[in-house]
Design a binder for this molecule. Structure first.
Ligand SMILES: Cc1ncc(COP(=O)(O)O)c(C=O)c1O
Length: 395
């Protein structure tokens, strides 16, 4: 059967592929250290699971128009309380993960061929989702020499004829977070253009050191009409498998995305919504989130220090999310085992075969000099994996 052009240009997610290859090796009894996963290793906090179990026991197993309203109101309340954003519950759409929110956003915003500015390195799904919506990704280079950040001039130089800009701070894969001042500078540039902004704030709670998180739309009231804020429960509450995300923004955009969702998925799973409601309203939630954040901070600092100590590895300090994104290109041209390394794909293959360490090639994120290591795993695993990597590279 012939597939349409639209899907033929789209690449499968490399991050999911690497993680599943490592899991297959582990299932065969091979001791692989996994740095591939983009998800917290913590269990979902008990009070969230209890709320979902109680909902199931109470027969909360039907379509959810009423429950969805309650959760949207709780999210609007969270946005006021934590993000200084004033949205009504009707301006919130519940989705199957932040990924689904982004997908629907591109679908309702883009005309065929319209350009979307994406800082590079980027999260794997942005360009593919733009292509699936018939749009055209345009990459704004933000390599390690720029601290993995774009500047106002980058926006102004590419805004002509572009429809949207994607911002992701804290960032997957670089672990970099824009300061409030840097974001305000970007906001001033955006306000000189006609761009709409998709602000992916899924890692908002995972910031480290002196880093402060601000929502992009809160920086200037003129941004509320042209910013769509994307978020979800996956990373903040260790709920990746629950598939719950959301978007908040201008009424007409959220309404159009809801129309799409009404033909696609209706609302997210009933008892998952009950868990999400507890996540946003339960008194124990802030402490549970803070405990996970502190542990990620400890691991991130440790992984960064260890990577920097390896010859030929240079790593920008992560200030958010749970990734290190070191430049390993000094080792390209070498051969490890049977693998001659010419780029990040070979490097990742060599790591898996020789060191039994799974990491993600940077080429998947538009940066072939780098590889991504997730520190959403215990300190002992981090040490074990980095001992092996160091031995492979310098032993
Ligand atoms: C930058 C970024 N945005 C969005 C998502 C989507 O997460 P989910 O669909 O689980 O909410 C992810 C997940 O890896 C991510 O890293």
């Amino acid at each position: 059967m012939e597939l349409c052009e639209r899907i033929r240009t789209v690449n499968p997610s490399v991050t999911i592929e690497v993680t599943s290859r490592a899991k297959q090796m582990q299932a065969r009894g091979i001791d692989v250290v996994g740095f591939g996963a983009g998800e917290p290793d913590f269990d979902t906090p008990a009070f969230i699971k209890d709320a979902a179990k109680a909902a199931l026991d109470a027969g909360d197993t039907k379509y959810t128009p009423a429950k969805a309203g309650e959760l949207k109101a709780a999210i609007a309340e969270k946005l006021k309380r934590e993000n200084s954003l004033d949205y009504s519950p009707e301006q919130v759409l519940l989705t199957f993960g932040g990924k689904h929110a982004l997908y629907n956003a591109f679908q309702v915003l883009l005309e065929p061929g319209e350009k979307v500015l994406i800082p590079s390195p980027y999260w794997v799904s942005y360009p593919e989702q733009v292509k699936l919506a018939g749009g055209q990704p345009v990459f704004l280079p933000a390599g390690p020499e720029k601290g993995f950040k774009i500047t106002p001039d980058d926006i102004l130089a590419h805004a002509d004829g572009a429809k949207a800009l994607v911002l992701n701070s804290p960032c997957n894969p670089t672990g970099v977070t824009y300061s409030p001042e840097e974001l305000a500078d970007l906001a001033r540039a955006v306000l000189q253009t006609d761009l709409v902004v998709l602000s992916d704030e899924i890692y908002e709670k995972l910031v480290y050191g002196q880093t402060k998180f601000v929502s992009f739309a809160a920086l200037d009231e003129r941004l509320t009409d042209r910013t769509l804020t994307i978020n979800g429960l996956s990373k903040t509450f260790a709920m990746t498998g629950w598939r719950l995300g959301w978007a908040a923004g201008p009424k007409e955009v959220v309404k159009a995305m809801a129309t799409m969702a009404s033909h696609q998925v209706t609302n997210p799973v009933s008892f998952a919504q009950a868990g999400a409601l507890a996540a946003y309203t339960h008194q124990d939630a802030p402490a549970a989130v803070e405990a996970m954040r502190q542990e990620f901070e400890r691991r991130g600092r440790h992984m960064h220090q260890r990577l920097e100590a390896i010859e030929g590895v240079r790593c920008v300090q992560p200030t958010g999310a749970f990734y290190c994104f070191p430049d390993v290109s000094a080792h390209y041209g070498r051969t490890f085992g049977e693998v001659e390394v010419t780029g990040s794909l070979d490097f990742a293959r060599a790591c898996l075969q020789t060191a039994k360490v799974a990491l993600v090639p940077g080429v998947a994120f538009g940066a072939d000099n780098c590889v991504r290591l997730s520190f959403a795993t215990g300190i002992e695993q981090i040490d074990k994996g980095l001992d092996r990597l160091e031995e492979m590279l310098t032993g």
